[in-house]
Write a protein that binds this ligand. Structure first.
Ligand SMILES: [Zn+2]
Length: 361
């Protein structure tokens, strides 16, 4: 039985919307009502609830709350919209859905609770799998993967930060491990970690690959990407769409980039581009993972910054994707700059200097 079943009905209902609310950024919403300036971990501005000349209204992006030291009003994004727009709980949700382009979960209890449970279970299993891959990388099995990372000059603390791992060269080590941890075969299939063979056995989807856990903005492991360590194809393989993962809704490394002090975000193509740049001190980098940038990714980015730098490969495919991405972002009201690393220049230095000047006020 899930915790929420024992709670009063109103809590059950708001529990249903937790996931929706967590995708909204309070700083973005409140910025439409009053100018906010970043000060340390908080955003400060003139209170939208009472008249004042000195800002005493504080918004915390980490906690997703606001508080006014003048009139003592405080709360979360829902209480803010309720009191500013004079709406009830459900109309506030609808208002926020319209404003952000996020999909509001269907009202009507059971099914959504069930869905939320499946998502949680999938994320939990992915976390167990990520630990398994990480341990394998550190153990002797991950030698080739470690050599590859060394060649790319990725240091151990970066490996740890991004949770990189190794999927062993075996048919079912992960599946067996997950079964010992209490996961059922159908759950493993649903999470995209296993494949059913013609003989009706379940084998590991990822074998002999360097593993990249894919995080959501809150840092949950929602999927994986795996890179081969030899010349096999496909070079990269991703989790399929699962209850926890919709490729079009996500940007790799945004869980870190959203915490950056920079006033812009740099979009690159692949895992390794993002990880290398992050290690070089560019902490405002995300990867679109090969896909053309989607509208939902643009809206997701816009919750954190309107200033976006696209830095794709210099080849034709990269440049075509960059131009398309520029249109999608501009359409959502972002300021976009496309940069290409000139051959012979160091990407880290180039992005640092271009990025710093790109949106200077
Ligand atoms: Zn106030």
């Amino acid at each position: 039985m899930h915790m929420s079943c024992r709670m009063p009905k109103c809590y059950q209902e708001s529990y249903m919307y937790d996931d929706f609310i967590s995708k909204i950024d309070i700083v973005d919403i409140i910025s439409d009502y009053t100018g906010l300036k970043r000060q340390g971990n908080e955003y400060i501005g003139l209170c939208p609830f009472h008249n004042e000349k000195t800002p005493s209204f504080h918004v915390s992006r980490d906690k997703q709350t606001y508080y006014c030291f003048g009139c003592k009003k405080g709360g979360n994004v829902i209480t803010f919209i309720r009191s500013k727009e004079g709406l009830d709980f459900f109309d506030s949700l609808r208002y926020l859905a319209d404003k952000t382009g996020l999909e509001l979960p269907e009202k009507g209890g059971q099914r959504s609770n069930k869905k939320a449970e499946i998502i949680n279970r999938t994320i939990e299993m992915n976390t167990v799998a990520a630990q398994f891959f990480y341990q394998n990388l550190k153990a002797g099995r991950g030698k080739e993967a470690l050599e590859y990372l060394k060649k790319r000059q990725i240091n151990p603390s970066t490996v740890k930060r991004f949770g990189l791992g190794f999927a062993p060269d075996s048919w079912d080590l992960l599946v067996k491990y997950l079964v010992t941890k209490g996961y059922k075969e159908n759950e493993i299939l649903t999470a995209g970690l296993g494949l059913r063979t013609k003989k009706e056995t379940i084998i590991d989807r990822f074998r002999n690959r360097l593993m990249f856990p894919i995080f959501d903005v809150r840092g949950n492991v929602i999927a994986f990407g795996g890179r081969v360590l030899d010349d096999q194809l496909p070079k990269y393989m991703n989790s399929p769409e699962t209850p926890s993962y919709r490729k079009k809704d996500n940007l790799y490394a945004l869980n870190y980039a959203r915490k950056s002090e920079q006033n812009n975000i740099v979009i690159v193509e692949g895992y390794m581009d993002a990880i290398s740049l992050y290690q070089a001190g560019i902490d405002n980098v995300v990867a679109s993972l090969g896909t053309a940038l989607t509208e939902r990714q643009a809206l997701l980015l816009k919750r954190y910054t309107k200033n976006v730098i696209i830095c794709y490969d210099a080849d034709l495919a990269g440049q075509t994707a960059a131009l398309k991405g520029m249109d999608v972002l501009a359409d959502k009201g972002c300021n976009v700059k496309v940069i290409t690393i000139p051959s012979g220049k160091d990407p880290d230095d180039y992005i640092k200097s271009e990025g710093a000047g790109a949106f200077r006020k």
